[in-house]
Design a protein. Structure first.
Ligand SMILES: Cc1ncc(COP(=O)(O)O)c(C=O)c1O
Length: 445
């Protein structure tokens, strides 16, 4: 029914409380609850209550970060938060950043600054003014075959074309093979191409694999390319003493994506983009007379307009800051460790089950596996079908993906454990539920 009928008809109830209650009930009824132990498909976390409350306060106060006069406190707070997060990444003084809508926007920003810096240097012209030049050496971006699809989409948006992205092979765990990156860069240089950026993923979407960050940094520097680390998922490891060593080398990146709505328990959206040297932001800075006049800035009214691709922008920094203040790095680190433990327990249950096959041990909080039907030729069909069966029956939300490559046999199921309050017993039950659905699917064929 139409949502906007005239007051008094049965589609429109003028009583705001009643409408809110009924529509919230409908939304809840039709939602996938990320707090449910059987809802474990995606990097989609149950938000912390304190973060939800902070988000509501930010919504009610509605500061907008495109100018100081719309958001004096929020501007100051976001600046302080980003300084703290830059420290967490290990950046020296002089870093800068912005709160974004998520990894997609952060990756776009990293590759945009890479394009402007590297292509600008090569052509001697500011790319933000002249656009991507025709002719000249073809620009290239090197990312693993398991990198997030937003890397290719960014290349398209930035006028480089998706074909500018060179897919670097990965190993069994979906981690970039360092020798393959070295060879790809060498071959590309041999063809006279321009290496604009290396994208290293710290925490691939499917397996949480972490590319060899230090080698990526060395190779990028050797070839004059920008290093962007997509730590949208694995950035959460920085919160945990146990897992932080996995992402060492992240501080060598020219830019980093972090996502607090993944392993940070924030309501969507809570992305973060950081650059090591604030001067590399230059090509994004804009002067809009009505938002950030130079005389205001000189008089001590700073603006974050030149940090973001957006103009009007929510104070998403507020909930992250409140969460950090409330739980501290230690408190958040314990949540990360709890989810890591759950993933290991889940992987153990898969390994122990005769009809399930674990793809690889979890690095962070996710792992891939599949059900093994009697007839191996049916594996993809049975696994894809069992996931839909679980959805249809309302029993579980399990991820489904495909390993990189060609041909059959690549469909895998995925569990992403992001609720630290889930118990080991609940994860083991979920694994048994998946196996039983596999059997039912096989029987139904
Ligand atoms: C590694 C990685 N990068 C980027 C993204 C995109 O992040 P967002 O959905 O916040 O835009 C994802 C999403 O899952 C991801 O896993």
């Amino acid at each position: 029914r139409a949502l906007s009928g005239p007051a008094g008809d049965d589609a429109h109830d003028g009583d705001g409380d009643g409408v809110l209650r009924r529509m919230t009930a409908l939304l809840a009824y039709g939602s996938a609850d990320p707090a449910d132990p059987a809802c474990a498909a995606h990097l989609h976390c149950p938000p912390l209550a304190v973060a939800v409350a902070a988000d509501l306060a930010a919504s009610a106060l509605n500061p907008s970060l495109d100018s100081w006069d719309q958001a004096p406190a929020a501007t100051e707070l976001e600046t302080l938060l980003l300084e703290e997060l830059a420290g967490l990444v290990g950046y020296p003084a002089g870093a800068a950043g912005v709160v974004t809508s998520g990894g997609t926007e952060s990756n776009l920003m990293g590759l945009m600054l890479a394009r402007d810096q590297v292509l600008g240097r090569a052509t001697g012209r500011p790319i933000q003014l002249s656009g991507v030049p025709g002719g000249g050496p073809p620009p290239r971006i090197f990312a693993s075959a398991a990198a997030h699809f937003s890397v290719r989409r960014s290349a398209a948006l930035l006028g480089l074309g998706e074909e500018a992205v060179v897919s670097v092979p990965v190993d069994h765990d979906l981690r970039m093979v360092p020798e393959a990156l070295a060879a790809a860069l060498r071959d590309s240089a041999g063809r006279g191409e321009l290496p604009v950026a290396v994208v290293a993923t710290a925490g691939t979407t499917d397996t949480g694999a972490i590319d060899p960050l230090e080698t990526c940094a060395e190779l990028a520097a050797e070839h004059g390319a920008w290093l962007h680390v997509d730590a949208a998922y694995g950035g959460g490891a920085l919160l945990s003493d146990r897992l932080a060593p996995l992402v060492s080398g992240i501080e060598l990146a020219d830019s980093v994506s972090l996502d607090w709505h993944k392993l940070g328990w924030q309501p969507v959206a809570a992305g973060v983009f950081l650059v090591r040297r604030s001067e590399t932001y230059e090509s994004l800075s804009r002067r809009a007379a009505y938002l950030n006049p130079a005389d205001d800035e000189e008089a001590g009214y700073p603006s974050l307009l030149g940090r973001s691709l957006r103009t009007t922008r929510r104070a998403d920094a507020f909930k992250i800051a409140v969460t950090l203040r409330t739980l501290g790095r230690d408190g958040l680190g314990r949540l990360v460790d709890a989810c890591h433990d759950l993933a290991r327990a889940g992987a153990g249950a898969v390994r122990a089950h005769p009809r399930l096959e674990l793809h690889a041990d979890p690095v962070l909080t996710a792992f891939l596996f599949r059900y093994l039907p009697g007839d191996p030729a049916l594996a993809d069909r049975v696994n894809a079908g069992l996931r839909r069966r679980l959805l249809r029956e309302g029993r579980a939300v399990v991820g489904r993906t495909e390993l990189p490559g060609e041909g059959p046999g690549r469909v895998r199921l995925k569990l992403t454990l992001l609720n630290p309050h889930t118990t080991t017993g609940e994860v083991e039950r979920l694994v048994r539920t998946v196996a039983a659905a596999g059997q039912a699917e096989e029987d139904a064929l």
